[in-house]
Design a protein around this ligand. Structure first.
Ligand code: NAD
Length: 360
């Protein structure tokens, strides 16, 4: 399959292409082309052994201002000018660092992005956000600076470990569930067949997820209203990710975070019996998580108290209220504010406790 569409943004409108065999560094000989890539990918993609390639280790501890400074310094040393173009090749870690660097380097240069993880392809590649960790605070610094083009070559999925595929599917499920139209039913239709994971053909899911996310971005470019629903699973998920010392990967933590948010929705009385739509989501996420090696052991290392601590540092909370995205009695997402007090904190801890169980 191949597909192409445009995202309209007040900052810049940009085109997305999805297909196979799309990754090539055009103008590779040009002095004005600079590559920022996941250092682990050159073993699969020899094109990345480029004279002006700057490698980043794709680990959460590298998503820092120090890495941003190192990339900017290397670009300068390699001769990047205001007219130069950056090509970023990698998953969400590379994207977050590259977005920040492209925006800051000489006050902004053109750039293109080739996502290489399923999470990058179904979710993070559009929307133009960067998120950088500072000290213990995840995603606390950032900006909006969309690339000029996004090229999704699904061939990158062939070398992607199973856990990373599951991480991407958790994010795609979340995006489709967040929309009130039939995106979630269509998502389930594409992913339910038994052989779906074995076949490894993700093109249609990527296109569905991105078209659904496009709805949220174009409706609310700067996270002031509807787009905030996409934080479903994230306030809990970031806490789970952090409390596991990043042993649980981001998308998998979002999957667990959605289950924790469902638990919290019930504790707060948003429903007595889980609505059918939410039940379908929970079943699907449970099925996906079964394929994540070592998850049952990893969740036991998470202390609910440590997770609560991380939960409290989420940037979306207010001084006296925790902000969470929950599920209502109809099975749809709602933004919810709960008081910052011991009672709420006991419920949050119970939600974290609920995900500490076997998954396979
Ligand atoms: N800016 C945004 O809008 C946004 C949205 C969602 C997530 N994020 C961030 O993205 C990060 C997670 O990114 P991610 O899940 O895409 O993964 P990642 O960049 O952390 O990569 C995960 C692992 O997969 C490997 N890998 C990448 N591509 C590969 C390929 N094609 N074949 C084999 N191995 C490959 C990497 O080397 C790494 O080991 C988190 O820090 C999260 O906060 C950002």
């Amino acid at each position: 399959m191949s597909e192409s569409f445009e995202i309209r943004s007040s900052l810049k409108s940009y085109r997305i292409r999805i297909g196979t065999g799309l990754f090539r560094l055009t103008d590779a000989q040009s002095d004005d082309l600079f590559v920022v890539s996941d250092a682990g990918l050159a073993q699969y993609w020899p094109q990345l052994t480029h004279p002006r390639n700057i490698g980043i280790e794709a680990v959460e501890s590298a998503k820092t201002l120090d890495t941003v400074a190192r990339v900017i310094e290397q670009m300068r040393r390699l001769g990047a000018q205001r007219q130069s173009r950056m090509i970023a090749v990698g998953g969400g870690i590379v994207q977050d660092v590259a977005t920040f660097c492209a925006a800051c380097y000489m006050r902004g240069i053109d750039w293109s992005y080739y996502p290489t993880t399923l999470l990058g392809m179904v979710d993070s590649c559009i929307g133009g956000k960067s998120s950088i960790n500072v000290g213990a605070y995840k995603n606390i610094a950032g900006n909006y600076y969309p690339p000029d083009e996004i090229v999704i070559d699904t061939d990158f999925c062939r070398t992607l470990p199973r856990t990373e595929q599951i991480a991407g599917l958790c994010e795609a499920a979340k995006i489709c569930f967040a929309h009130r139209d039939d995106s979630f039913e269509r998502y389930l239709g594409l992913t339910e067949p038994q052989q779906f994971l074995q076949k490894g053909q993700f093109g249609e899911v990527i296109a569905l997820s991105l078209r659904t996310k496009k709805h949220f971005i174009e409706a609310d470019e700067f996270d002031q209203g509807e787009r905030l629903l996409l934080n479903f699973g994230h306030t809990f998920g970031h806490a789970i990710e952090g409390a596991s010392g990043y042993a649980i990967t981001h998308g998998v933590a979002v999957g667990l975070g959605m289950l924790a948010a469902l638990h919290m929705s019930k504790s707060l009385g948003l429903f007595d019996t889980q609505p059918a739509r939410a039940q379908a989501l929970a079943q699907h996420v449970e099925q996906l998580l079964r394929h994540v090696a070592g998850l049952s052991e990893a969740v036991l290392t998470i202390s609910p108290a440590a997770a609560l601590d991380k939960f409290k540092s989420d940037k979306k909370h207010r001084k006296t209220q925790y902000a969470v995205v929950l599920v209502d009695g109809g099975g749809y997402l709602v933004r919810h504010f709960i008081p910052v007090d011991p009672n709420s904190e006991a419920l949050i801890m119970a939600a974290f406790e609920s995900i500490r169980r076997p998954y396979s």
